[in-house]
Design a protein around this ligand. Structure first.
Ligand code: CDP
Length: 324
């Protein structure tokens, strides 16, 4: 049989533990929270040792050239993606976050804890709202809000939710979703896995075909091979998963641009603090069983413990209860 480390190297997915083996932390959902400026400044200084947020958020044209061969954060060195003229033309000239600073920011994770939370208004009141993986909001506005200033867009979303843009219906639906994101930053980690090569091509073609229809334009951000910087920082805090979760990376970025960061939808457990059962994502179909698939790459409970610790320190505000 394969050993644990062989599993970790991706030989085979390890068997998933039963949901009941993950214990739910005890959280206080009522305590007042105030920012601790000293601790927050220290936390930012610690991050800055590893992450240059303004630069790491996206490649800029002056750093790359057409034909340059890119590698991937999580694939073997033999896998490559040469930068095409089309992709080059979609890379921003300057960082989409150059000199940006916001007062209050909401980082919206996709946990089922947001269902029936009525946190939508509170989230939308933030000056800047970060979301993950193009998560749907239309049907869930009262719980997750509708304002979106930044969303991550793993190219695999195209495969999973838009059938690789193969039909006129998928194309129209995708265009419609993109139109609603005009002015927002779309953060596309195209150089994480080689598996996204084909979808990245489909995506760049689609952007170029419809470019003129976006006014204000879409702000595309294409991070280079930067995942290591984030992992190295969190390693200093005792966290070293195979891959950090998207939410953790977004939170790290938000801390560098925002005075105050509030987190919603971060709760990787199958029941709420009051023990009502939850779906994994707030947008999962009714009756979907809580997935433990993340176990293959992430350490979500360990991430949550760290976030909870930072909440207690006054560095970030974690919301895990309905908003009043
Ligand atoms: O790309 P990834 O699988 O990391 O994320 P996702 O499933 O699209 O969810 C977005 C983020 O929300 C995750 O990266 C987690 O940080 C957070 N999340 C959580 O804390 N608890 C859940 N039950 C689901 C997601």
């Amino acid at each position: 049989p394969l050993t644990r480390s062989q599993f970790a190297l991706g030989f085979m997915d390890p068997p998933l533990p039963p949901v009941s083996t993950i214990s739910v932390p005890t959280v206080s959902t009522t305590l007042d929270w105030t920012v601790n400026q000293t601790a927050l400044n220290q936390h930012r200084a610690d991050i800055e040792q590893f992450v240059d947020a303004e630069r790491n958020i996206s490649l800029v044209r002056s750093e790359v050239r057409v034909g340059q061969v890119m590698h991937f954060d999580y694939s073997e060195q033999k896998y490559v993606f040469p930068i095409s003229a089309s992709l080059y033309s979609l890379i921003p000239e300057v960082s989409p976050f150059q000199n940006k600073h916001y007062n209050t920011c909401a980082v919206v994770g996709s946990g089922g804890i947001l269902s029936n939370s009525y946190c939508g208004n509170e989230i939308d009141r933030a000056d800047f709202v970060f979301r993950c993986n193009f998560a749907p909001i239309d049907k869930y506005k009262s719980h997750v809000g509708s304002k979106t200033n930044f969303t991550t867009f793993n190219p695999s979303v195209l495969e999973k939710y838009f059938s690789n843009l193969q039909t006129i219906y998928d194309r129209a639906r995708f265009l419609n979703e993109l139109r609603r994101l005009r002015g927002a930053v779309l953060w596309i980690p195209a150089f994480s896995f080689h598996g996204s090569n084909m979808v990245t091509r489909t995506l760049t073609d689609f952007f170029l075909e419809h470019e003129r229809q976006f006014n204000p334009k879409l702000n595309l951000a294409w991070p280079g091979n930067v995942m290591k910087y984030f992992s190295d920082f969190w390693k200093t805090k005792g966290l070293s998963p195979k891959r950090l979760s998207t939410g953790m990376i977004v939170y790290t970025l938000a801390t560098m641009f925002c005075e105050e960061v509030r987190l919603y939808g971060f709760w990787p457990y199958s029941v709420a603090p009051d023990h009502t059962p939850l779906s994994y994502h707030y947008y999962d179909k009714k009756g979907t069983t809580f997935t433990m698939k993340w176990k293959q790459a992430h350490q979500l409970p360990e991430e949550f413990n760290l976030l909870q610790h930072l909440h207690k320190q006054g560095v970030l505000k974690l919301t895990v209860a309905p908003c009043s």
